[in-house]
Design a protein around this ligand. Structure first.
Ligand code: MN
Length: 262
């Protein structure tokens, strides 16, 4: 529970560095767990857990690109089996099951990418692929929503992908199922319907880099931590979404996600 106290401004309550920024905000400051903040800190993003009242706190969101060969081909790209390609979304881009997702600004080509989402319950650096699944806490299904027009511009100019991938509400994710109860294997089916019409479908065995390889590769670039989410790539069939569209994503037998574009 986030408790915000508004108190009279006090220079003694803030660090010297914070004083410089604190001066223009005489209306008060926020206290949380004994720490004084100059503005109210945001509540940590989290996801519900299937079969539990507890929630999974989200630390960071990593995504792999081009992890299904047919999708790489439809994007005019080639698959690099040696070096996975990663990008990130902010943790507060995650929205839960049943959310209304606002059609984002600055695009006229919003695309769906259905993906399995892996939730890490522990972390590490330089993790061996043989040990990597021991980091996995659970699984869900998500949409890596993409401003495809801005992504194409970024690719053409050699610019970063952030504005194409990391916008507000760009990561709808289902409730998570604990790994022990998920029964994930190469035959597990990932699929997306839009307005009742099947748009994307693949089995997890079609992934170029499997979950152990993805975790191992990420852990050589970042120290992974509990709470990190990993989007594991999308199969072929990505296409545009319009306002009013209803998405239904499934990791069959594991998790389901509904989202409406508004
Ligand atoms: Mn993706």
């Amino acid at each position: 529970m986030l408790r915000v106290q508004h108190q009279p401004f006090s220079m003694t309550a803030v660090t010297p560095r914070a004083q410089l920024r604190a001066v223009p905000y005489p209306q008060g400051f926020a206290k949380l767990a004994g720490v004084t903040y100059i503005i109210a800190p945001p509540a940590p993003p989290s996801l519900p857990i299937i079969g539990s009242e507890q929630r999974f706190p989200i630390r960071r969101v990593f995504c792999i690109g081009r992890n299904y060969a047919e999708h790489a081909r439809e994007m005019g790209a080639s698959v690099d089996k040696g070096t996975p390609m990663f990008f990130c979304k902010p943790a507060d881009a995650v929205v839960g099951d049943g959310a209304d997702v606002p059609y984002p600004s600055a695009t006229s080509d919003l695309h769906h990418e259905v993906e399995m989402v892996v939730a890490l319950g522990s972390g590490g650096r330089d993790v061996d692929p043989e040990q990597a699944l021991s980091l996995v806490w659970g699984y869900g299904v998500g949409l890596d929503l993409t401003r495809r027009d801005l992504q194409a511009q970024a690719k053409a100019k050699g610019h970063p992908w952030d504005v194409a991938k990391a916008f507000d509400h760009s990561a709808p994710v289902s409730a998570l199922r604990p790994a022990a109860a998920a029964g994930i294997d190469a035959d597990t089916v990932l699929r997306l319907s839009v307005n009742g019409e099947l748009r994307q479908q693949a089995s997890l065995g079609e992934m170029v880099h499997g979950v152990p390889q993805i975790i191992a590769a990420l852990s050589r670039l970042f120290e992974l931590k509990a709470g990190d989410l990993v989007f594991t790539g999308t199969p072929a069939g990505v296409a545009a979404l319009q306002r009013g569209d209803r998405c239904h994503a499934e990791l069959v037998g594991v998790a389901e996600l509904a989202a409406r574009i508004v």
